[in-house]
Ligand binder design. Sequence first.
Ligand SMILES: Cc1cc2nc3c(=O)[nH]c(=O)nc-3n(C[C@H](O)[C@H](O)[C@H](O)COP(=O)(O)OP(=O)(O)OC[C@H]3O[C@@H](n4cnc5c(N)ncnc54)[C@H](O)[C@@H]3O)c2cc1C
Ligand code: SF4
Ligand code: SF4
Ligand code: SF4
Length: 390
Amino acid sequence: MIRLTKKQDCCGCAACVQACPKGCLTLREDEEGFPYPEADTTHCTHCGLCERVCPMLRRGGAPAPRHYFATMNPNKAVRHRSSSGGIFSLLAEEVLRQGGVVFGARFDANFEVVHDYTEEPAGLAAFRGAKYLQSRIGNNYRLAQEFLRRGRLVLFSGTPCQIAALKLYLRQDYDNLIAVEIVCHGVPSPMLWRKYLAGLVGTGNTRTVTQVNFRDKLHGWKGYHVSVSTDEGVLYREHKDRDPWIRALVLQLTLRPACTDCPAKIQHSSADITLGDCWGIDALAPELDDDAGCSVVICNRRLLPLLETLCPVRKPLDAAAVHAKNPSISRGLPLTRATLRRRQRLFRAARSNACVRLLLRRYTAPSLRERLLRAAVLLKHSLRSLLHTP
Ligand SMILES: Cc1cc2nc3c(=O)[nH]c(=O)nc-3n(C[C@H](O)[C@H](O)[C@H](O)COP(=O)(O)OP(=O)(O)OC[C@H]3O[C@@H](n4cnc5c(N)ncnc54)[C@H](O)[C@@H]3O)c2cc1C
Ligand code: SF4
Ligand code: SF4
Ligand code: SF4
């Protein structure tokens, strides 16, 4: 039976919960708001299945060599609504055209993230766009297995650890499965998000949230914004470099402990296709840069012909160069002692009902060095426009 001795040993993928034939395991949020399995041992037969499907205990070996390229969805409207180059939608539409099923992460009615599936093109809109918090996987590995056994084509998308968990849960390869992972920096706490969003909306009013967009491209892809809308209009829009939620994620203050030792980075990937942002596009593929979103796609030999058909415009890339520009693809995120202490203080304060919105603002306030750098950039821009004024 699964026994967790430290938080770093569980990524919350829920494979053990779904695999247990006796229903002994349930996921419960800990004091930081991340789900962990809890066991009722009354009916446990010690069959060991829960351990066999755990991606933290059974890390994948090195995958076969992969193809790296930069590309984008030819449909600019879809790309605009996607986080990167819109390749998830391109693949998903093709799978549905072939009578398949697509699994992905969507917001629920409270703007928390859950996994779900769709058999209809209209259902794809909810999966589009990155949601920067941990999704609840529910019983979707089991549902995917049922579709696969019936011979349906299945595209399953999720974080690398969710894809590793799915593969371990299935315990066999299926030709009718396309496993798509997103590059993953780490997942923030759903409890912090709940409190942060409540703080943004404010108490004592009747506004209801209608949309959250973590990758709002109104002002471009490279300088994306985070926006929240309500039935009264746009409530909040902030540049990623100033948005406290994104800053806290990048500073590693809000992430799940297991993300420091991710079991499923590209060296251990179980996916057929990995999708990320083509960060460093100026150096990697400047000819594809229209600032509306470009993907880096990493795929195995089996799926290459499909991607070549779907993505006529693409540029082959060198793996090492891609990894250097987008470290989240290949590296976990060890915490410094100072960050760990700040993280602990932040979660402690959040638990004691301090306003998470104000907390995140305080904990992510730019350092003096950052403020000076920003001022220098602003000054440079002002001088440049002055010099160019006739
Ligand atoms: C938590 C998180 C961290 C990320 N970190 C990085 C990073 O460091 N570097 C990088 O290059 N890219 C990162 N991405 C991936 C990137 O933002 C895009 O999601 C990816 O490139 C796919 O983009 P797209 O334009 O093809 O499709 P999109 O339409 O943007 O596709 C969204 C896809 O992501 C899935 N998804 C969305 N939210 C979640 C979630 N919470 N859990 C599981 N699956 C989810 C959906 O099911 C769908 O498959 C991250 C995404 C998430 C959710
Ligand atoms: S050992 Fe078997 S029965 Fe016991 S919790 Fe794990 S999967 Fe369930
Ligand atoms: S990592 Fe997944 S399978 Fe392993 S204990 Fe955690 S929830 Fe269960
Ligand atoms: S960083 Fe790794 S462990 Fe953390 S959510 Fe992403 S894939 Fe899972």
